[in-house]
Write a protein that binds this ligand. Structure first.
Ligand SMILES: [Zn+2]
Length: 257
């Protein structure tokens, strides 16, 4: 009887622990996040340098912390703009962490001269999801058009990062782009996304709540790419409109989800 009780307790406690398992998000500036389940980790758009007054970037102390303590297993980039990617820092990191891999579109990977066996190019020919395995994580990269007419040639890539316990979507610099039916083509709603990392401007659309539900349907939303010069009232209004959204705008800010 005691033994049975013990086994039952063990079963319930393991179910409880499993369901409690969380991902930790650390803000690295602009739309950069470091995500870990305690076992594996990815850094998305987290290695970049000063680009302008509207973009937070990781200072050298934080870059140092990434290279020596956070040690992401994968460094992923959505596109080559200087508020998202630094070729110098990326090459340096792959040289420091001999096991780390890099993912990006061709406009990113052509900047990486060595470490070819650890570099994965995400094609932007169509919207096909391309799988890359990394330890216990499954990453799918896919084209998601960059916002703005003048950036039409920018190869922007989004990522679905599946940690097993939770699945994260990071879209880079996009918008709803209904004129090309972008999100209908991406077919993300069947991916069972737990957490979506979005540029905050996607929340400014009048139909944002409906569009998020229809096209992504995440359990949680993290909004970022917030200018340090944003009108304080504008940010406050957004927080009131979206009380359940997590806003990342302070370096090394952490969220557990
Ligand atoms: Zn950007």
């Amino acid at each position: 009887m005691l033994k049975r009780l013990f086994l039952l307790t063990l079963l319930f406690s393991s179910i409880f622990t499993f369901s409690q398992k969380k991902l930790s998000f650390t803000y690295i500036g602009n739309i950069g996040v470091y995500i870990t389940d305690g076992q594996s980790s990815v850094l998305i758009d987290g290695l970049h340098t000063e680009y302008g007054d509207d973009y937070l970037f990781p200072p050298s102390t934080l870059i140092d912390k990434i290279q020596t303590k956070l040690l992401p297993d994968g460094i992923l980039f959505t596109h080559y703009h200087g508020d998202h990617f630094s070729a110098l820092l990326s090459n340096e990191y792959l040289n420091t962490n001999k096991k780390a891999i890099l993912l990006g579109s061709n406009q990113i990977t052509k900047e990486i001269k060595h470490f070819k066996d650890r570099v994965f190019t995400i094609s932007t020919i169509n919207y096909d999801k391309q799988v890359v395995k990394l330890k216990n994580i499954e990453i799918k990269g896919l084209k998601i058009n960059h916002v703005g007419k003048r950036h039409i040639s920018v190869e922007n890539v989004g990522y679905l990062v599946d940690f097993g316990i939770k699945k994260v979507l990071h879209v880079g610099d996009t918008n709803w782009m209904e004129e090309i039916n972008l999100f209908s083509q991406l077919d993300l709603v069947n991916e069972h996304i737990d957490i979506a990392v979005l540029p905050y401007w996607m929340l400014l659309d009048n139909n944002a709540t409906m569009l998020i539900k229809k096209h992504i349907n995440p359990k949680h939303i993290i909004a970022t790419h917030i200018s340090p010069r944003i009108n304080k009232q504008e940010l406050q209004d957004m927080k009131v409109t979206y009380p359940d959204v997590y806003f990342l705008n302070t370096l090394e800010q952490q969220i557990q989800l």
